[in-house]
Design a binder for this molecule. Structure first.
Ligand code: ZN
Length: 244
């Protein structure tokens, strides 16, 4: 998409939505402020727009997008923490009721973590990606150890899903996130967008595996405790159809 297409796109949006009496949802959003019930933590990847995937309108969820949808661990001595600040605002001020960590197939960030091509010694000479992607380094070590004899495709898909679990474990290190989960004021979900199948998979905390997203009513699908990456890999290995 060219820059010009974005400018033309806003022009069309202004005519169709903002200048329309019925369709201009911003009037109501301006008067009432935002009250989203959901925080989505997704990847910056240009193909994975959570609003498009969920057919959502402005005001319906609060969003964080970063490289590989990663959440760093809680660290109260830290400074300049963009992702942690946005989580804090969503949980402590907006009082969201759900947090969804949305990972995806063919994630460039996870592939870089898997291959090590983000390191400062690599020809790109990246300055920041190394520390950021290292949030997932333990998951990488576990996946590569357990699936040593599997194909790269199978390992990377496992790491894409295990990275979602790492982000969820790190979310639970934020004391006010954990407290709200314990008293069931907050539910955490792990979603994986399978681009090839055009399907959303959800981590089921009871089965400790990702399976097709459906509208659960029993409340057993969301995550209260740290997910075990080890058990996830064992279940994954039995089920994954990527050739080994
Ligand atoms: Zn990605």
């Amino acid at each position: 998409m060219s820059y010009k297409k974005l400018v033309d796109g806003f022009d069309a949006f202004q005519k169709e939505i903002i200048q329309s009496e019925e369709k201009n949802y911003y009037k109501e959003l301006l008067e009432q402020g935002q009250k989203p019930e959901v925080l989505i933590i997704g990847c910056s990847d240009s193909r994975i727009d959570p609003a498009i995937l969920t057919n959502s309108n402005p005001g319906e969820f609060f969003a964080i997008r970063n490289v590989a949808a990663l959440v760093p661990p809680y660290h109260n001595g830290g400074k300049l923490r963009g992702t942690s600040s946005a989580i804090e605002y969503a949980v402590r001020f907006l009082n969201v009721k759900h947090i969804i960590v949305l990972g995806h197939e063919k994630c460039g960030g996870v592939e870089a973590l898997a291959t090590g091509n983000y390191q400062a010694t690599h020809y790109h000479n990246f300055q920041f990606l190394h520390d950021w992607l290292n949030i997932g380094i333990e998951a990488k070590e576990q996946v590569f150890k357990e699936l040593e004899c599997s194909s790269d495709e199978k390992k990377i898909r496992a790491l894409e899903q295990a990275s979602i679990l790492t982000s969820i474990s790190n979310l639970l290190t934020f004391p006010w996130v954990k407290n709200k989960c314990d008293v069931e004021e907050l539910q955490i979900h792990g979603w994986y967008f399978d681009m090839k199948q055009g399907a959303l998979l959800e981590y089921n905390a009871q089965d400790e595996r990702f399976s097709k997203l459906c509208n659960h009513k029993d409340g057993t699908h969301f995550i209260k405790e740290n997910p075990s990456i080890c058990t996830f890999i064992k279940n994954y290995e039995q089920e994954c159809t990527c050739h080994s």
